[in-house]
Design a protein. Structure first.
Length: 383
């Protein structure tokens, strides 16, 4: 992502998230600038610009990339009389950008939403589904029984920016196009998470050291939460590729029935998505620890102020946790939202070993009942 809007020598005024290669493509195809002129001003060989143009022309088969390039191309002003930029040295008229016509997310909104969506797309079996003429894109994940669970929703313009930067790629085209996270997307997610929390994590203990074979199937992330007993912030290390719910859903009883049904997993994922949405804003650490047994309950007051997160999502999380009550709200907040493992949650709550999964299933059943009563069977649209 470019730091400034003027780093590209040919086109200025586009959002910083537009790659320089895409700017070269637009300057050639929409504004008609010759390849050699673009190469000279970009400080690279003409063959490099040619490869960039050919690559983006091929990528226009992707509906998201085609849509965002059309929008960006429509923002170019082709009349050099008043708004075009003129290189006084070479007397070359260059296209300018009508900023009121360039549509797309700002850099802060893109980083915020992309981190949330890419984190969910790291999970095993997760894809981003985009339907024709729909304003929203949906992250779905295939469950153990084959049913799909909706885990996140994002604006289409954010999905378009992510596709343009090659963070996601189309895996299956059709009326509904499915996208998977790319290697570039995983790298971008790691950089976003490092920027969000620059404090290095303490090295894991010997008991937490992952095996070499198992670690290649994991994408580690960290979340800073407030300890309910000490009140001090602590870091929770978790596997981005799998949530505690999906691991528990794979377990089966002696009759072959999954321990968690798809509707219970969906209820937990809905709470997690609202929790993620509620964290948006300058203050990432919301005061959810008041719902924890060791945190001293009492009346819960939502954080006030502008930019502390979507109020609707905070209200939904607060309502669900309040409805669950002590104990049940503890385990869903830790396992579904903080992504703590069951063993860790049992130790911190002082429960006996292997009791957490039973309490968690009861909590998810109550959570599903809460959503059925408030939004109806099946639930409403997340976000």
């Amino acid at each position: 992502m470019r730091d400034t809007q003027t780093s590209h020598p040919v086109l200025a005024g586009f959002p910083p998230w537009v790659p320089d290669a895409a700017l070269n493509y637009l300057a050639h195809t929409e504004a008609g600038l010759p390849i050699r002129e673009l190469a000279r001003k970009s400080g690279c060989h003409a063959s490099t610009v040619l490869r960039q143009i050919r690559r983006f022309e091929t990528r226009r088969d992707d509906p998201l990339i085609d849509a965002v390039l059309r929008k960006l191309g429509a923002g170019l002003v082709h009349t050099p009389s008043s708004t075009a930029q003129v290189d006084q040295k070479e007397h070359v008229t260059m296209p300018a950008v009508a900023k009121d016509q360039v549509q797309g997310p700002d850099t802060q909104a893109l980083t915020r939403d992309a981190q949330r969506i890419l984190r969910r797309m790291c999970e095993t079996g997760a894809v981003l589904a985009v339907a024709v003429d729909m304003e929203k894109a949906v992250v779905v994940r295939d469950g153990v029984s084959g049913a799909s669970t909706r885990t996140a929703v994002v604006d289409r313009k954010v999905a378009e920016a992510m596709a343009l930067q090659d963070w996601i790629s189309a895996d299956k085209a059709g009326r509904i196009t499915r996208y998977k996270i790319t290697a570039a997307g995983r790298t971008a997610l790691s950089e976003m998470m490092d920027d969000a929390d620059a404090t290095p994590a303490p090295p894991p203990g010997l008991a937490e050291a992952p095996a070499a074979f198992a670690d290649q199937h994991r994408v580690w992330g960290e979340r800073t939460v407030r300890d309910s007993e000490t009140g001090q912030p602590r870091k929770v290390r978790y596997n981005l590729a799998e949530s505690p719910l999906t691991a528990l859903a794979r377990r089966r009883d002696r009759h072959g029935t999954p321990f968690l049904s798809d509707d219970l997993v969906s209820a937990g994922e809905r709470l997690r998505e609202d929790f993620e949405l509620a964290q948006m804003g300058p203050r990432v650490a919301q005061n959810w620890d008041r719902f924890l047994t060791g945190g001293g309950r009492g009346g819960f007051a939502m954080d006030s102020g502008v930019g502390n997160g979507p109020e609707g999502a905070r209200n939904r999380v607060a309502s669900a946790l309040r409805d669950l009550g002590p104990g049940l709200s503890d385990v869903v907040l830790r396992c579904c939202c903080y992504l703590e493992g069951l063993e860790t949650a049992e130790k911190r709550l002082g429960w006996s070993a292997r009791s957490g999964k039973i309490v968690l299933r009861i909590a998810l059943m109550r959570l599903k009942q809460h959503y059925d009563e408030t939004t109806g069977p099946g639930g409403g649209m997340i976000g």
